[in-house]
Design a protein around this ligand. Structure first.
Ligand code: NAP
Length: 326
């Protein structure tokens, strides 16, 4: 197979295409002939040497793929050769062949192109487990998604809206704000020209929002607490600010009965990821099948241009996902 190696920690040009033997699926795994693989911020951190590969995972970057099944392990009953799937993987996605645990595969939704389906799993698994499971967002509640134009944000806006929540978002330009609103956000706030706490309080009649999904960290943490309503939940999943520590007034948490939580998807067990896949299949796949929710794909680049894909991601010019096609 052809795959992309990280030659050494560094800037995008350390991503180099090489030839390696095809991976061999274990008893509970499938081998996928990859059509598309999504690019995610954690891949950028891994390339820079700031995101260690979990034990047992491939050193090749790439957390999600789509394609057709080329072989199944001896214990796999639910998939067969030639099935079209998309899968969450713990690594190895930037390749022409990739193994995935059978439980972490889902069928390619009827309304989605095979290549673009490679941009579904990472954000849909992450948003489901953090917004609806851990964050308990319900219909009728209001959520704030920071980084509304990111891969994570474009997924969160669509899913929360489709499930009956009111959505506010932040983004770094007026153009990105409009894109968030086109996806269903009631209002998007340009965080470079407006204070998001003031804007949120104004838009919610001083009440605040029920849930915030934060990818920024640092100074946003205490500001998020100011923007949360009574019984509000803050779910931390990333630190785009580069700061993972922050001073917090715990009185605010006590007085407003707030919950502060977070999670990382990649190190979770196959069993846990399988449970998320089962919930997605029931709750979200019908929305994807009929096109009510879709992966927002900014650009598809050839696998050999992985370095260019990372440059594009780091420019933050994109809205939605960047996908490597074959
Ligand atoms: N915990 C988990 O399990 C998990 C899983 C997947 C991803 N993540 C995290 O989720 C985040 C988004 O990932 P992604 O793949 O969707 O990335 P992405 O599409 O590249 O989006 C990142 C966005 O962050 C915004 N941003 C950059 N610097 C910022 C800053 N200083 N303040 C505010 N916003 C900033 C940028 O938009 P603007 O133009 O608006 O600034 C950019 O669009 C990353 O932090 C990633 O590590 C976590």
């Amino acid at each position: 197979m052809i795959c992309i190696e990280i030659k050494r920690p560094g800037s995008p040009e350390v991503l180099v295409p090489v030839e390696r033997p095809d991976p061999v699926p274990g008893p509970d795994e499938v081998l996928i002939r990859v059509a598309g693989s999504g690019v995610n911020r954690p891949d950028v951190l891994q390339r820079k040497g700031a995101y260690p590969v979990p034990p047992g995972a491939s050193d090749i970057p790439g957390l999600e793929v789509s394609g057709t099944i080329a072989a199944v392990g001896s214990g796999v009953k639910q998939w067969k050769v030639d099935d079209r799937v998309c899968a969450l993987v713990a690594g190895g996605g930037y390749a022409t062949m990739c193994v995935a645990p059978a439980k972490q595969c889902l069928p390619v939704p009827q309304s989605v192109d095979l290549v673009e389906a490679g941009g579904i799993p990472e954000t849909f698994f992450t948003v489901w487990t953090n917004v609806f499971d851990r964050g308990r967002l319900r219909a009728g509640e209001t959520a704030l998604f920071h980084g509304g134009s990111s891969g994570i944000g474009t997924t969160a806006i669509q899913l929360a809206t489709a499930r009956g929540a009111t959505v506010l978002a932040t983004a770094g330009s007026d153009e990105k704000c409009r894109a968030c609103e086109e996806l269903g956000a009631k209002q998007a706030i340009n965080y470079k020209t407006a204070d998001f706490v003031e804007a949120v309080l104004q838009l919610t009649d001083g009440k605040g929002v029920d849930l915030i999904l934060d990818i920024v960290g640092g100074s946003y943490v205490s500001r998020n607490l100011e923007a949360l309503a009574m019984d509000g939940r803050l779910v931390l999943i990333g630190f785009m600010s580069g700061e993972s520590t922050a001073p917090v007034d715990f009185r605010r948490i006590m007085a407003r009965r707030l919950t502060v939580t977070g999670s990382m998807l990649r190190p979770r067990s196959v069993e846990e990821k399988g449970q998320i896949a089962t919930a997605l299949r029931t709750e979200v796949w019908p929305l994807l099948d009929r096109g009510a929710v879709r992966p927002i794909v900014h650009r598809v680049l050839p696998l050999a241009q992985a370095a260019e894909a990372h440059r594009l991601m780091e420019s933050s010019e994109h809205v939605g996902k960047i996908v490597l096609g074959r």
